[in-house]
Write a protein that binds this ligand. Sequence first.
Ligand SMILES: [Zn+2]
Length: 250
Amino acid sequence: MKKFKPIRQTRVSEEVTEQIKQCILLGDFNAGDKLPAERELMEQFQVSRVAIREALRALENSGFVSTRQGATGGTYVIELSFENLSSAFIDLFLAEKISIPEMFHVRVLIEPEVARLAAMRITPESTEKLLEILEKEESPVNSLADDIETKTMAHFVLAEICGNRFLEALVKSLMRVTKKVIEAVNPNTLSMHPAGMHRPIVEAVIAGKPDEAAEAMRRHALEFGEVMIEMERAHRESLRSGFNMKNSVG
Ligand SMILES: [Zn+2]
């Protein structure tokens, strides 16, 4: 006799997830749009509240929607972005499935290429943006958060200029992980990434010199990678000995 395959209960919510995802990908819902209310979704899909909630949670976890509370509350479609990729990398890092040396190996491989491409595609607008960033980088900062923010901007903008969105997403995600690690260790970044480190890169990009830009970025990635690796090592050691890292780096 023919044997039937049992239907898993979760299939229902998976199908709801899939249909909503398709609508978002096809542009029936755009970033900022509010999804129909729970009750309406229940009616349209003819499924239980539990299934709808499960589906919405899955969509939220995969970065398609976000839930807001309050008067304007509801489930909103968010712009698909590299955020998703970043949080996957951060999770892998936190789970110790990727290490700082591995991450910097990748940065050393791809960031020079990003700088090279940026030098080939430099425009007056991006020149202006880069000069602004250099200026901001080289003026005094108020806090660690500020410092991290300004020191990562050059990397973000070069990635945007490079014109390859996959590279852009990779660089931005790697920067997020780097940021996360620095925040966790909470050192004095003024000394680990001094102002002016990006000047040779940015100047070569602005001058439209791809090889020089790539080489300057390679040097920077190697140099900063060493600092990060050392920082993480010292941090782990200090955790082991119960010594507070925050007071030791100056
Ligand atoms: Zn840098």
